[in-house]
Structures are given as C-alpha cells and as structure tokens.
Design a protein around this ligand. Structure first.
Ligand code: 3HC
Length: 688
C-alpha cells in the first residue's frame, strides 16, 4: 500500500488515514492511495462502515496548490475520482474532521455520508482567495446540503467556519465532545453501520431562494469583488447547481479550469506561497526553538503604542503599558477602552471578552515594571537619544532573555541596540503599521547582532497576532517605507509636470491600488514627512531634482485630512477628497520656478512612472540585502501598502510585464530624469 494513506481496522470499522504531511494536500498519489483503501474496505465483508480522517495533525488542506493550473499526470487517479468513489460507496463513510478541513479537503467530506467535527476544527471552501471557485464539486454539493444562501456565504466569502458555526449552518452533522475524535468517529460509524449508506448529497435537489436571487447576489458582490473575477465565477458555479447534478458539475468544472489558468489565480497562488516563504529567515535554522512569551511590555501609550497594546491583548498576551507621563498613560488607556467599547457596541465583542482584555492590561509609569515582560516593544517618538536611553534602562531592568524590540520606522536599529550593552543580541525591530491592531504587515528588523532565536520568537509572536511578518535589513525606511517613498516621489514629480492629484490617484486606483498616493499622504499627515525632510535636508544632493510643493502645502498649514486641507480639500465629517484649484496653481508655480513646462500626462505614463520607479528601488534593496527575496517585497506591498493581491505584488507584476521591458523603460527615463539609474538586480532579472 502507498505511504500516502493507511487503513486500520477497529472491529468492523475501517479507519482510513490520509498521510501526506504537512497538511495532507491532495498531491499526486494521494487520491489513488485513498481510493485503494476505500476499495479494500468495500470489498471486505468484515467491514460495515468507514471513517476517513487526516493522519498526522488532522488537517486536510485541499488540493495541492502547486498543481493548480498545471496538467495532472496522465492515468493518475484524481481528487474527482476519489470523491466519485466516496459518493458511490455502498458502506457509510464518516469524515472525522480535526483542525482545518479546507477546499478539496472539505469537498472530500461532502462526498462522505456524514461529517463529525472536533470542537476546535474548522471547515471551509477558501478557493476564492486563490482566484478559483471550488473545483471538485463543492459548489454543487454544498447548496444541496445547506441551501444556496448559506452556500454562497461560504463559497463566495471564502472564510472558513469554526465548528459551532459550521454545525449551525449544517456544514457538519455533529460536533464531537472534547477528547479523542477518532474514538467518537468510530462510535458514530458503528451507530450508522447497520443503516446502509445514506443518500449521497449529489442525489439531493437545490431550491432557488427567490426569483432575483442571483441578480441580487451578483449586485452585492460587484463592488466587494474589487475587480476580482473569482467571486463572480463562484456565483456562476452556484447558479449551475440548479441544473441536474452531472450537468452542473461539468459546468462548474469548466469554470474552475478556466479560472485556474488565469493571471489572477497565478498571482494569488504566488501570494499564498510568498506569505509562507516570508516566515523563513535566511541563514538560520528556522526549526530551532523560540523563547516563551506570555507578557508583553509596550513603552509609549500614543496612537501606535496603544494600537500595539490592543493587538497584543487581542492575541492573548498580558500587556504592561508604560508611559512616564500619567496623563498620557491615562489617555492611552482610554483609547484602548474606547476601541473595545466600540467593538462591543457593534456586537463584535461581548462585555465579558472586553473585561477579560482590559483585565490583562497593566498600566504603569515606571520602567522597572518591565521586569515581568518577556518581550518589550518600544513605541515612543522618533528620537535616537530618547530611544537609546530607554534601551539602556531596559537592558538593566528586564529579565535575561527578554526580547527588546523597537517600533522605529526610520532610525538605525543597530544604533539603538548598542545602547543595550551586553543585551545587544536581544534587540531587534518590530515595525508595526498604523493602526497596529488592524494592519496585517509587520517588519521584523534584523539588527546585526540580533540572536537567531530572538528573531524567530519575534516572527512567531507576529504569527500568533495574525500578522504577516517579513524580515527586513537596516536602511532608511526598511523595506516598505523606503520603496514607497520612491513611488511617492514620482507621483509628486508627475503633479509638477502637469498631472493633478486626482488624475494620479485615479490612475493608480484603476490599476488596483487601494488608495492613490495623494489620498494616502493626506490620510497619513503631510507634517510627518515634512519634519523628516527638514531634519535630513543637509543630506540632500542639491544637484538632484526636488519638488517644493509638499513643503509649501505644509507652510500653509495644509497637513492633510487632519487640517481639512492637504493635496485635497475635505469637508467636515467627510473623508471624500475634493480637488482644489489652489493646489493646481501651486503646482504650476513650482513647475515654472523649476523651469518645467507642464504638459498633458497619460494615465499609462502615471502607472509606469510610479510603479517602474518602485520596482527599480525594490531591486536596489534586493542588491543591498535589505529584503531577503523578491517575493518578500510582494508580501510587504500587498499587506501594508494596498497593492492589489490580484496582481501578485510589484515584483510578480513586473515579472509578468517583463523585467526586460521595465529595464528598457527605466533606462529611457534615466536619460532625462533624475533618480532613474537602473539597479543591478533589475539588470540581472531582465537578463534572466
Ligand atoms: N497545497 C500545497 N501546499 C500547501 C497547501 C496546499 N493546499 N496548504 C498548505 N501548504 C503548504 C504551505 O505552503 C506550507 O509549506 P512550507 O512549509 O514549505 O512553507 C505548509 O504546507 C504548511 O502550511 P502553513 O504554514 O499554512 O500551515 P498552517 O498549519 O499554519 O495552516 C492550513 C494550515 C490552514 C491548511 C493552511 O496551510 C491553508 O490555509 N492552506 C490552504 C487551504 C486552501 O486554500 N485549500 C484550497 C486549495 S485549492 C483546492 O482545494 C481546489 C479544489 O477545490 C479542487
């Protein structure tokens, strides 16, 4: 028998284990091995019923994502054959669902006669997140099991359901008690053994909830889909479930194959693997153990500090929040309380849960209290001297092995680490993005002397927080802000050359960016970058182009949304940007002073200038080793800067455009524009 599946007899019950670590994906060889076990159990008169379960950790991760969009080896049994065999099985089959059972894994469960889930289990059809509808009958069987409305929620939404919800929705038949799932699944199988095989789901019918159901469903997803095709393809497949099963199944398969070969699906698959690869740190053994973390200290109770505290509390950590000034500390605590109160008011959290989180928070004004912390995140304002003083104190008061992290956005983490003296190897950067309790991206900044297990611990804390953590080397702005600054610079130059903020923003949002660069600047506040420019003015090359427009806006007190004016005007209580002729006039003025003749700029040039500059800078930081790999840059931009996932991040996108084309355009710009020298990595990628 194959090592991908195993049959065990428990009296008159056959238990079939899927054995394809790490997640029991349905890779080549697995369906065949399972079919062989199923045939064996069916042929055996001593077997009355069958239990199917994930082997190692109980996961059934679905189809092998590596194989999507690729041809399946000729003659090799497929996932469809396996599900057909389950569907046709004359002996009852109970799917025992532990941990996650997703995609093709849950489609297998839908081919079984009964589904028993562990209380900590989750089931779902998340294929839409990979740019495809479920392709092994899920779109046809689930509506037959739970009705079209709920099936649409599961399939188009793509969010897995925890056991209790799955049971409420009818996605599973029973929730097991805590304890051994297999024992209970065997008991379940014994219960149903005498009753013959239940009617397979495929033999049931589907009812249309209302005449306009699909029109309404499409209309409700038209905006939410954000240019993605897969949600609409899921709806098409669901509509096909109204046909007789074989026809609906064939139609859903056709749509699935069409989507699997699309650019959107290729980009989303790339993101799936890129996010998992980002968790791996080059040059160290990623399997070594991490340090235990249960209490986290946060220094600084401003917007960032309190956001980090919320994110930590939400992830089950106890938090010690410190701020030297009592009023500032109280304000931070009030901010945290207000956040939770808002969630309670919206019905997203119970009063009990709120009380638990607040109960896990200790507010202090004395740094000595950090003695109890396993990890401290410093989030005070950007001043090297202040940060160094804090790290010198932390080195003195924290217990040995506690990790000391700075949330700096720009300051050299090595210089902060030096202040920790002998504790230098415990120091690293944890760069959160605002609001820290919402944004998924976390840059783990690798200080030169940071210990490998300290880095791995920071990564694992990030993972526990539900963040997508990426390792960054040290430079001004690390990965994200450094590259974004170049993108922003080009947007401002375009404004000076003749485009308007709204034209640039529209060109970029039409491309798929969540927000245009000027809307982002107004949202973040123009004053912060202004302060930075003033502080680093002495480092600027006077021979290189510099647009004074953002400085002039700040001199006029136009700091963006917070002052109701920035690159746009904002009306009271409304974040909708309104174009402002005064800004256009200022742009014309700065252009005239710089000797630039303004002209009509096409949307195509806007997208190219902004994104090719971004890609060229991304290549430069690959050269410098600031980012470990190309795909990490994609992860940063899709999770922290609103780059469209459906395009797979800037590096994946550039690869699709063709690095040779990007290079040739970069070379062309470099002849007439400052800052466009092609980076060696871009040349290398173009030559490859
Ligand atoms: N195919 C191939 N590899 C997979 C995989 C899959 N379906 N699911 C996970 N992996 C790989 C990961 O890339 C990772 O590899 P690495 O160690 O080399 O980086 C490894 O398995 C472990 O994955 P995670 O780090 O994500 O493990 P977790 O324990 O954190 O999470 C999980 C497990 C919840 C199952 C998560 O991996 C997951 O969400 N997987 C994808 C589920 C999914 O989308 N399934 C649908 C697949 S498409 C499909 O089924 C089509 C069908 O309708 C025909």
């Amino acid at each position: 028998m194959s090592d991908k599946a195993r049959l065990e007899r428990h009296g008159r019950i056959a238990v079939i284990f899927i054995e394809n670590p790490p997640v029991n994906a349905m890779s080549v060889g697995v369906p065949g091995a399972l079919i062989a076990c199923l045939d064996q159990a069916q042929a055996d008169d001593e077997i009355d019923a069958i239990v199917l379960t994930g082997g190692n950790k109980g996961l059934i991760g679905g189809a092998d994502i590596n194989m999507l969009g690729k041809p399946w080896p000729e003659g090799e049994p497929t996932l469809h054959m396996l599900i057909d065999a389950l569907d046709a099985c004359k002996k009852p089959v109970v799917a025992a669902l532990q941990a996650h059972t997703l995609g093709g894994g849950y489609e297998i469960a839908l081919g079984c006669h009964y589904r028993l889930i562990h209380p900590a289990g989750q089931v779902g059809l998340p294929e839409v997140n990979l740019g495809i509808p479920p392709g092994a009958g899920g779109t046809q069987r689930l509506p037959r099991l739970i009705g079209l409305e709920k099936a649409a929620e599961v399939i188009v939404g793509g969010k897995p359901a925890k056991a209790a919800k799955a049971f409420d929705m009818g996605m599973v038949d029973r929730i097991a008690a805590e304890g051994d799932l297999l024992e209970q699944a065997i008991a379940f199988a014994q219960d149903v053994a005498g009753k013959g095989a239940a009617t397979p789901i495929s033999a049931r019918s589907v009812t249309l909830p209302s005449d306009g159901f699909f029109d309404d469903l499409r209309a409700s997803w038209a905006k939410k889909a954000k240019g993605l095709r897969a949600p609409m393809a899921c709806i098409d497949c669901l509509e096909a479930s109204l046909l007789p099963f074989p026809e609906g199944y064939a139609e859903s398969r056709r749509i699935f194959l069409d989507c699997a070969g699309s650019e959107e699906a290729a980009a989303l698959r790339h993101m799936f693997f890129a996010e998992r690869t980002a968790a791996k740190i080059d040059g160290i053994d990623n399997k070594q153990s991490t340090r235990p973390v249960s209490t986290v200290g946060v220094i600084g109770a401003g917007t960032m500090g309190s956001g980090i505290a919320i994110a930590m509390l939400d992830s089950g950590y106890s938090v010690i929040l410190m701020e030297r000034n009592k009023d500032a500390l109280d304000a931070g605590c009030a901010r945290i309380d207000k956040n939770y109160a808002g969630q309670v008011a919206k019905g997203r959290m119970t009063e009990d849960a709120k009380a638990k989180r607040i109960g896990a928070l200790t507010a202090v004004t004395d740094i000595e209290a950090m003695a109890d912390a396993d990890l401290v995140v410093e989030a005070v304002f950007e001043d090297l001297g202040v940060k160094q003083a804090i790290f010198a104190d932390l080195a003195r008061v924290t217990k040995p092995g506690a990790i000391l992290a700075t949330n700096t956005s720009y300051i050299d983490v090595n210089k902060i680490a030096e202040a920790a003296g002998e504790r230098v190897s415990d120091v690293l950067g944890m760069h959160f993005f605002s609001p820290a309790n919402i944004m998924k991206l976390l840059e783990i900044v690798r200080a030169d002397k940071a210990a490998p297990d300290a880095l791995l611990t920071a990564m694992s804390v990030g993972r526990k927080m539900g963040k997508t953590a990426v390792v960054a080397g040290i430079c001004d702005g690390f990965i994200g802000n450094r590259i974004y600054n170049v993108y922003r610079r080009e947007a401002i130059f375009l404004l000076e050359e003749g485009a308007s903020p709204s034209q640039v923003d529209k060109a970029m949002t039409d491309f798929g960016m969540a927000l245009g660069p000027f809307a982002v600047m107004d949202l973040a506040g123009l004053d912060i970058a202004w302060a930075q420019r003033k502080a680093t003015a002495h480092l600027r090359d006077p021979n290189k182009r510099y647009c004074t427009l953002p400085d002039r806006l700040c001199e006029l007190g136009r700091f963006g949304q917070k002052t109701s004016r920035g690159f746009y005007i904002y009306e009271e209580g409304n974040r909708k940007p309104i174009p402002d002729p005064e800004v256009e006039a200022l742009a014309a003025e700065t252009a005239a002073e710089a000797g630039i003749t303004r002209r009509t700029i096409t949307d195509e040039e806007i997208v190219q200038r902004c994104l090719f500059a971004l890609v060229n800078e991304a290549c430069a930081i690959l050269d410098e080793g600031i980012a470990q790999r190309e795909s990490d840059i994609d992860v940063v931009f899709c999770n922290g800067y609103g780059f469209p996932r459906r395009r797979g991040g800037p590096m994946f996108w550039a690869g699709r455009v063709g690095f040779d084309k990007v290079l040739s355009q970069v070379k062309q710009y470099s002849q007439t524009h400052d800052f466009w020298d092609p980076s060696p990595a871009l040349v290398r990628l173009a030559n490859n």
